[in-house]
Design a protein around this ligand. Structure first.
Ligand code: SAM
Length: 277
């Protein structure tokens, strides 16, 4: 191909990926909005909606980049917490049958352990930009930023309730190794969730999407980030990633249960989910 990714050795791939994200880090959020016409926000919102995390849940967001998933996660658990507090306050005023019968107390309902999100990414520049963003938005509480490789996570076994990887796994050299690591760091009962570009199922949409991505994305990359090649890599890496069913099989092979996926925007993106039992 033009960018020659097929011919580069595996460790070379990792180096190129590092360079790509180092180059685009500063412009990464702007590019995401421009290229997806803002739709990446909806995909990430869907991920949180399906995840439906409860207060106390511990998240590991691998290839977390500038922190989008983790910000949404903390926002979501806080709104859940508020809802639970309001419900608890109401039930103290007017105890219902359920409250009386279950010895229900507001303290029990609102979890005592604080939710935390760990953003883990191999690229220090992406983490730096994300941390800066969190500080300037005043949302740093509950967040940690850790440099680490998805293939060799710097965390103990059985530590997290949820593992997410959004638009990251196609950049990883050994996907099976990354899946093994996801399984290892999750608690039993924990959930693996992955957002990734996938195969468009509708033939008309597929043609439009190909035309858009091959012709427009590198151009946008050049105009906004002054970086044609990085965005050409992006398009190529999407083409090479396994389709919905193949990726589902890989997740099952890694040892996850109840593996399923949802197509978003006609399969432009797929959301895969599986559990560690
Ligand atoms: N999850 C974020 C989001 O959805 O906006 C960022 C996604 S960005 C397209 C992909 C990220 O994967 C980059 O920040 C890159 O540094 C990271 N990455 C690539 N290879 C990795 C690896 N082996 N381990 C951890 N992160 C990796």
């Amino acid at each position: 191909t033009h960018f020659g990714f097929e011919t580069v050795p595996e460790t070379e791939k990792a180096k190129k990926v590092y360079k790509v994200f180092e180059n685009v880090a500063q412009k990464y959020d702007t590019m995401n909005d421009a290229m997806s016409l803002g739709v990446h926000r909806l995909w990430k919102d869907v991920l949180l909606h399906v995840m439906h995390p409860q207060p106390g849940a511990q998240l590991l967001d691998v290839a977390g980049g500038t922190g989008d998933i983790s910000f949404r996660f903390l926002d979501y658990v806080r709104s859940q917490q508020e809802r639970q507090k309001r419900r608890a306050a109401r039930s103290v005023q007017t105890p219902s049958w359920r409250d009386v019968s279950s010895n229900y107390s507001s303290e029990d309902e609102v979890s005592r352990q604080e939710s935390r999100a760990v953003v883990c990414d191999i690229n220090k520049e992406m983490l730096r930009v994300g941390k800066q963003k969190a500080d300037s938005m005043g949302v740093s509480a509950g967040l940690s930023w850790v440099a680490g490789d998805a293939e060799e996570l710097p965390f103990d076994d059985d530590r997290f309730d949820i593992y997410t990887i959004a638009f990251g796994i196609r950049n990883v050299t050994h996907i099976d190794q990354a899946l093994q690591e996801a399984l290892r760091v999750l608690k039993p009962g924990g959930r693996f969730m992955c957002l990734e570009f996938s195969k468009v199922t509708n033939p008309v949409l597929s043609r439009l999407y190909d035309a858009y991505s091959f012709n427009m994305i590198p151009v946008l990359g050049e105009v906004i980030a002054g970086d044609w090649k990085s965005y050409q890599y992006l398009v190529e890496s999407i083409r090479k990633f396994p389709d919905q069913e193949e990726f589902k099989d890989m997740i099952e092979d890694a040892g996850f249960y109840c593996v399923k996926y949802y197509n978003l925007t006609g399969g432009v993106v797929a959301l895969h989910s599986g559990f560690k039992l």
